[in-house]
Design a binder for this molecule. Structure first.
Ligand SMILES: C[S@@+](CC[C@H](N)C(=O)[O-])C[C@H]1O[C@@H](n2cnc3c(N)ncnc32)[C@H](O)[C@@H]1O
Length: 280
C-alpha cells in the first residue's frame, strides 16, 4: 500500500488478539475496562492515530507503542480511547444538595473547603461548582475554597484551562450566570463564551491519572468522581473508592454519576441520596 492510500484509509482491520492487547494496555494504564463488543469503537478512535503516524496495520501501531520509551505515544493512545462527555450543571441534584445541605456548614466551620473533581473532562463540572459558590458566597477566594480539577488527558486539561465553550456547550448555563461569568468572543463568524477570572480563580487544573500516585496532601471535604468509574471494573472501583475514603474528611462527601452505584464497592460510606455518599 502506498502512503497516500494509507492516508486515505478510514478504518483498519483489527484482529481479536490485537484488540486484547489494546484492552490490556488500556486497563493497565488507565483502569478503563473495554468490555466485549468495543472493537468498532477502538477501531474508529485509533484509526485516526494510525493515519497520522502513516501506519497501515494495527500490528505496526502496537510495535510503535512497545518501542515508545518516552511514554508519549502511550498517553496519546489513552487520550484516543477516553470518553469526555460532560456538560454544565450535569446531574443538577448534586449541585442543589451541595448548595443546600453541605456548603453552608463547611463554609462556616472550616478554615478552608477543598473540593476535588476527579475526571473533570473539559472543565464544565468544576466551573459549574465555582459559579454556584460565587453566587452564594461572592467574597470567596482561593484561601477559603479550592476546587482541584484533574483528568488523565493532557489535551482535555488544556481545553479546561482555556475555558472557551461553544454556544451549544453553554446551553445548560442559566442566562443570568452566562451573562455574569462568561465573556462572549466572536471570531470567524462563530460566537464562543470564555469563563471569566472570578470563576477561573477558584479552580486549579492538573493532569492526574487516578491509577497513579496522587500528589494531594491533607483532607478533602467533597470529591466529585462522576461518570468516570463507570468505565472501571469492580476491583478497580473498590481500590479507588478506598483511596477516596482515606482522603475524605469525616462527614465529607463522595459524588458519583447517577448511573453508577457503590453497592458491593464499599461499606465505609453512607448512602445519602442518589449517587451521593458520606464518610461517617
Ligand atoms: C465521561 S467524562 C466525565 C466528566 C465529568 N466528571 C462529568 O460527569 O460530566 C470521564 C472523564 O474521566 C477521565 N478519566 C478516565 N480514566 C481516568 C483515569 N484513570 N484518571 C483520570 N481521569 C480519567 C476521562 O479522560 C474523561 O474526561
Amino acid at each position: 500500500m502506498t502512503s497516500s492510500q494509507t492516508i486515505e484509509r478510514t478504518n483498519f482491520d483489527l484482529g481479536s488478539e490485537e484488540f486484547n492487547t489494546i484492552a490490556q494496555l488500556l486497563y493497565r494504564e488507565s483502569g478503563i475496562n473495554l468490555g466485549p463488543g468495543k472493537d468498532s469503537l477502538v477501531k474508529s478512535r485509533l484509526s485516526k492515530r494510525l493515519r497520522s503516524l502513516g501506519l497501515s496495520e494495527f500490528s505496526e501501531y502496537l510495535d510503535h507503542l512497545k518501542a515508545d520509551r518516552s511514554g508519549q505515544e502511550v498517553r496519546m493512545f489513552v487520550e484516543s480511547l477516553t470518553t469526555h462527555k460532560t456538560s454544565f450543571f450535569r446531574e443538577a441534584a448534586h449541585f442543589e444538595f451541595l448548595r443546600r445541605e453541605v456548603l453552608p456548614k463547611w463554609i462556616s466551620e472550616k478554615t478552608k473547603v477543598r473540593i476535588w473533581c476527579a475526571g473533570c473532562s473539559s472543565g464544565e463540572e468544576p466551573y459549574s461548582l465555582a459559579m454556584m459558590l460565587r453566587e452564594d458566597y461572592p467574597g470567596l477566594d482561593r484561601n477559603k475554597v479550592q476546587i482541584l480539577a484533574t483528568d488523565i488527558s493532557s489535551e482535555i486539561i488544556s481545553k479546561s484551562r482555556e475555558g472557551r465553550y461553544s454556544m451549544d456547550a453553554v446551553r445548560d448555563v442559566p442566562p443570568a450566570l452566562l451573562k455574569k461569568y462568561f465573556r462572549p468572543i466572536d471570531a470567524d463568524g462563530v460566537r464562543r463564551y470564555e469563563v471569566t477570572n472570578p470563576i477561573r480563580d477558584l479552580v486549579a487544573f492538573a493532569r492526574m491519572n487516578l491509577m497513579s500516585q496522587w500528589p494531594i496532601k491533607g483532607l478533602l471535604q467533597v470529591i466529585f468522581c462522576r461518570n468516570v468509574m463507570i468505565y472501571f471494573d469492580k476491583r478497580t472501583q473498590r481500590a479507588l473508592v478506598e483511596r477516596f475514603v482515606d482522603l475524605l474528611d469525616t462527614g465529607g462527601y463522595l459524588f458519583i454519576g447517577h448511573s453508577e452505584s457503590l453497592t458491593g464497592v464499599t461499606e465505609d460510606l453512607r448512602y445519602v441520596q442518589p449517587a451521593a455518599y458520606q464518610k461517617c
